[in-house]
Design a protein around this ligand. Sequence first.
Ligand code: FE2
Ligand code: FE2
Length: 364
Amino acid sequence: MDIRSSGEPELTRAAPEDVAAVEGAAAAEGAAAAEDAAAGERAFDAIIAADSRVEPTDWMPEGYRKTLVRQISQHAHSEIIGMQPEGNWITRAPSLKRKAILMAKVQDEAGHGLYLYSAAQTLGVDRETMFDQLITGSAKYSSIFNYLTPTWADMGSIGWLVDGAAICNQVPLCRASYGPYARAMVRICKEESFHQRQGFEILLTLSNGSAAQKAMAQESVNRWYAPALMMFGPPDGDSPNSRQSMAWNIKRFSNDDLRQRFVDMIVPQAEILGLTLPDPAIAWNEERGHYDFGELDWAEFHEVLAGRGQANAVRVARRRAAHEGGAWVREAARAYADKQAAASVNDTEFEAAETRHVAERIAS
Ligand SMILES: [Fe+2]
Ligand SMILES: [Fe+2]
């Protein structure tokens, strides 16, 4: 608002010597801030060079902070949205044991989301903002959760392939340079390996079951194989941010290296399962010491990423409904916290009055 049109009295003009003093102080403050930033940058560079950990109170470049906020919040959103394709099967799991295992796994994913939101909060972004970005559809999360889960075998494929790819991606993140993120990843990875094993075991059981069960397992693996490989992100040549993330010790291996590692892991596991992977180009390459595999259909990846996957709209809509449906829980928790805070103030006042009373009696 223009101060002159607001009816406020015009500001009195400062004397020239006062202006000089203020300008001098501002310049000194600016110089001190620049010196602090330079010292902070040196300390940050030293931490990265020593492959040590950056903590929330340390100085960090704005780009580093922003990269981490984006990566950690996307990761948190993926865990939370990732509960939906499997949550879909909790009521239809084929036995009590399977139901209990699946419920535990889905709850683990909720916990992963919460550790990661907490890690992102240490970088100055609040949880409400992140939730809002997710339910308004402006935040990204892993595209893999925009595929549907029409069969029980999909619970096996998600565990074996999706959680398996997550492990390949996330184990190196336990050594990420940002302390709260790296520490969250340690526990997450332990739980992810249980997830992968439970998925593998579902497929192994189906594969050794009836012909129809084996066919269901194979059909599911056929659908999940390529999307799981795409979880590592685009080929290195199309991943411009990776280089900076690697220089900051956030990312330890390139997308293509991680993808190769994953393929090397699942090819022998598929043999144990008695299932095939839907890529005729898969073959052991003696010279490279790795399995070769075929090109992926990146056009499909970009379609899903652009929001045109099988379930993009339904995932976000369901998340928004859950968030809105849970508003009363947040309100009740806030009311309870306010009541507790008021009670503790009353307790303090009561104790102070009592102390005064005792002191007065002693004095009289
Ligand atoms: Fe997870
Ligand atoms: Fe998981």
